[in-house]
Design a protein around this ligand. Sequence first.
Ligand SMILES: Nc1ncnc2c1ncn2[C@@H]1O[C@H](COP(=O)(O)OP(=O)(O)OP(=O)(O)O)[C@@H](O)[C@H]1O
Ligand SMILES: [Mg+2]
Length: 246
Amino acid sequence: MTNTPPDALLALTDVNTFYGQAQVHFDLSISVPRGHIVCLLGGNASGKSTTMKIILGLVKPRSGDVTFDGASLLGLTTPQIVRRGIASVPEARRLFADMSVRENILMGAFVRDDREAIAQDLDKMLTLFPKLGQRLSQRAGSLSGGEQQMVAMARALMSRPRMIVMDEPTMGLSPLYVDRVLELIRTINQEGVSVFMVEQNASLALEIAHEAYVLQTGKIVLFGSARALKDDPRIRDAYLGGSEAA
Ligand SMILES: Nc1ncnc2c1ncn2[C@@H]1O[C@H](COP(=O)(O)OP(=O)(O)OP(=O)(O)O)[C@@H](O)[C@H]1O
Ligand SMILES: [Mg+2]
């Protein structure tokens, strides 16, 4: 058994996951220290999104444990997990296209009933994401990809999470928005929210992460500080050089 480091806010320990007969994770162990940004890198179909789904209680591992702040999340529903302090920014944003930007953002507060504080938090989101201020009554589906990503991030923050988990937050965005989103992730983290993000684009992720894991067909093949991994020839060969992985 791998021991969970004492400072881990989130820890996956020896997780084995299957879809039917097909094994997707092999003794997966990942830990996110309090206050850190941890990135999970890996190519197509390596099991990245499934890792997110395990954390959110959407997929059950066959064995192993997932703990948040020392307590197991296994067996909890997604709303229960959100109440413990984890919010998600799913793949492709998953907004309600026909609802307004305001309605989408407020949906993130579904676990709360402190109306006044919710209104204050909405104002705070408009300070963090000023562009959304003029768009509050607009259909979410009419926004650009970058703006939608900001709505998804604002929605996640509305639950006042201790941790945000994100699936490929920069995918499909224009270079300008990629930089903006990375900067916002850094800002959110500096305000005390720990971050676990899945990314295919290693060079981007390693710019903001504290640590990173590399997943290859369901196994962690590399782990280290982002600084060390940036210079690791194995990462450079697999991701940073040659063909573009994103
Ligand atoms: N609901 C499902 N039922 C059966 N197999 C699935 C299911 N979801 C994912 N898989 C398979 O599990 C493996 C891992 O998928 P996963 O989505 O976790 O990978 P990923 O690393 O996020 O890939 P991508 O880079 O394409 O986003 C893939 O082979 C995928 O086809
Ligand atoms: Mg995926």
